[in-house]
Design a protein around this ligand. Structure first.
Ligand code: PSU
Ligand code: MN
Length: 310
């Protein structure tokens, strides 16, 4: 007789590499990394170079990196150099958010994990801190398209600390903040009063909260563990000044890229990769340099926060 009881927990689908397994067993600090940024956020070969560089940044700051991707029907936590190369160069890698994970796993497809799916995997593996570039959020025009990233729901339900450079400025940031508040997600800027906007240090919006040191984030996350059902925490870490593209300048590129996306009927999960690629062209690659700088900056902070939790 077949039973409807769940057969396996998500953690049974997880394969950790040796370094991650040992770090978990020894309670050493770990930082999860997503893979959509590699496959859908940056062009080859800068994507692999950046992925390796970010792993090195995490190590230099005292933590173990755990890049997450779907391969051969398993959720891989911690990738070998060979796996990272395969992923970065593979042709049709699925962009996997919560809705896509089972399909990628069941069909054995290559899947890159978004913020949402990376949070799910990190939590199942026992990793509390995750570094990314910018989270997905409420898209401009969402009142018509209903395009709201699953990242926001995941932040509302899964207890992982996500270190970002804020929401991507191509989103409707005020609406994104409203949804995060509704879902009970604390949004805390690092050492600034203004919410950063990915490529730019400023968004024109005050940050809901501010903390100034990794130790303060550590204390907050430990407090949060008393509320296990309270979901994630979003850290908003501004891109270093030397690497930013100021908000006024970005606004023109973003508007142009969104207009092109809508003229070409790009919808749904293709919107974010398309707009990022278009902005890269419009800025002759400068947006990519900024993107790399902010991801590295987030990785360093995430490692220092993770070190506070062990
Ligand atoms: N930040 C980047 N590049 C990216 C993304 C974020 O700098 O490619 C990805 C993340 O994986 C994020 C996803 O979770 O875009 C959001 O996509 P969507 O809006 O379709 O949910
Ligand atoms: Mn979407």
């Amino acid at each position: 007789m077949t039973s409807n009881a769940p057969k396996a927990a998500l953690k049974d689908l997880i394969v950790c590499n040796d370094e991650v397994r040992e770090a978990l067993a020894a309670n050493r600090p770990l930082v999860a990394l997503e893979s959509t940024i590699i496959t859908h956020g940056m062009p080859f070969p800068k994507n692999v170079e950046t992925a390796r560089q970010v792993e090195a940044d995490i190590r230099e700051n005292g933590a173990v990196p755990a890049t997450i991707a779907i391969m051969d029907g398993k959720i891989h936590v911690g990738l070998s150099d060979a796996d990272l190369d395969r992923l970065a160069q593979a042709e049709d890698v699925m962009k996997c958010s919560r809705a896509d994970l089972t399909f990628a796993l069941a069909t054995g497809r290559f899947g890159a994990t978004t913020v949402a799916a990376t949070m799910m995997a990190a939590h199942a593996a026992g990793i509390k801190v995750f570094a990314t570039g910018g989270i997905g959020g409420v898209h401009k025009g969402a009142e018509d398209s209903f395009d709201v990233s699953a990242d926001l729901d995941e932040l509302g339900r899964t207890p992982v600390c996500v270190v970002s450079a804020g929401a991507k400025a191509l989103l409707d940031i005020p609406k994104t903040l409203e949804v995060l508040e509704t879902k009970g997600v604390p949004v805390i800027a690092y050492a600034t009063d203004e919410l950063p906007a990915f490529w730019s240090r400023k968004s024109g919006l005050p940050a809901p909260y501010r903390l100034n040191t990794p130790a303060e984030f550590g204390a907050l996350l430990k407090m949060r563990e008393n509320f296990a059902d309270h979901g994630g925490v979003l850290v908003a870490n501004p891109v270093p000044e030397a690497d930013e593209i100021p908000r006024g300048e970005m606004a023109g590129y973003i508007d142009a890229a969104i207009t092109t996306a809508s003229d070409q009927n790009v919808t749904g999960k293709d919107v974010t990769p398309f707009v990022l690629g278009n902005i890269l062209e419009l800025t002759s690659g400068r947006s990519l340099d900024t993107n790399i700088a902010l991801v590295r900056n987030n990785a360093r902070l995430a490692a220092r926060i993770a070190a506070e939790l062990v």
